[in-house]
Design a binder for this molecule. Structure first.
Ligand code: GUN
Length: 294
């Protein structure tokens, strides 16, 4: 059994990005600039956005954090999105989810210029990804592809079971794993809350991607001997023994599942650090005009 070290892989990729930024600076090119919009004060969102801004600094990007009160109206927020769209210095824009209930997230995602949609949530990017055209691929699925590639995990012809059909992870992951690409060519089963005999289906997976957001849901009976298990879960559990007051739990019951696996990602330091790095990669691609010409 090998533990996939997402933190070490993410650090490696960050160094590669930082080096490229130095080269861009030296040649007087465009320094990538990421803008994050944060509405309200959801604790987890605060942490995620702070980590994104910190990562920008680490690799040498410019970053702007735009914070708004939870009372901002949908129209006001759409106006802010358009301001970023129109600012040529800003290469990427993410609007941290979830948004307050009175704001329709689909409307906001669609208002982002798809050429700056480094989260890959705009319908144009999702559609282009599904067709296999150049597109921004959302950060968590891209991070998982990078981990599979860097650990030389064979995917072709394998049965990949994805648990959870979220727009951010499960749905794009299922599309990406079936594509005719180096990391792809899987036979994919996308499972969800209405799937019958979920444990039996999961137990047929060569590659099991757990993205359902229920801590320690995937136990040993869900996992075939020798499977590759990717744990996307990241739920905060109250834990008074911790300084922060909470512990982070994945969707996989690591201690009993790990001994059965060929490869497994831990939580934390598995998929999580890769997500932010993928966002950095997309921002760099945007600044360089690689996916879409400037
Ligand atoms: N909320 C949870 N994950 C994400 C993400 O990847 N991007 C954004 N914008 N919001 C999120």
């Amino acid at each position: 059994m090998q533990i996939i070290d997402g933190k070490a892989t993410a650090d490696e990729i960050k160094k590669e990005i930082a080096l490229e930024v130095q080269e861009i600076k030296a040649s007087g090119g465009k320094i990538p600039h990421l803008v994050a919009i944060l509405v309200g004060n959801n604790g987890a969102s605060e942490t995620y956005v702070a980590n994104k801004v910190k990562s920008c600094e680490e690799v040498g990007f410019h970053s702007t954090l735009l914070r708004f009160e939870p009372t901002i109206t949908e129209d006001e927020l759409l106006l802010e999105v358009r301001k970023v769209n129109d600012n040529d210095d800003m290469d990427g824009l993410i609007v941290q989810l979830p948004l307050p209930d009175h704001i329709n997230p689909d409307k906001v995602m669609e208002a982002i210029n798809y050429k700056k949609d480094v989260d890959g949530f705009h319908p144009i990017n999702i559609g282009r990804m599904a067709k296999g055209l150049p597109a921004y691929i959302s950060a968590t699925p891209q991070g998982i592809l990078d981990l599979l590639e860097r650990y030389n995990i064979e995917t072709s012809g394998k049965h990949c079971v994805v648990v959870g059909r979220s727009q951010i992870v499960g749905l794009p992951m299922s599309i990406l794993m079936q594509r005719n690409t180096k990391i792809g060519n899987c036979t994919v089963t996308l499972t969800h809350s209405k799937t019958k005999d979920l444990s039996a289906v999961c137990a047929t997976a060569d590659i099991l991607i757990a993205a359902l957001g229920r801590p320690e849901f995937i136990t040993a009976e869900y996992v075939k001997e020798g499977a590759v298990v990717i744990d996307v879960g990241l739920t905060r559990i109250i834990d008074t023994s911790k300084k922060s007051g909470f512990a982070l739990k994945g969707d996989v019951k690591f201690d009993e599942v790990a001994p059965k696996c060929s490869f497994i990602t831990p939580v934390p330091k598995g998929v999580g650090p890769m997500t932010i790095v993928s966002l950095m990669k997309n921002t760099l691609l945007s600044a360089k005009g690689i996916i879409y010409a400037k």
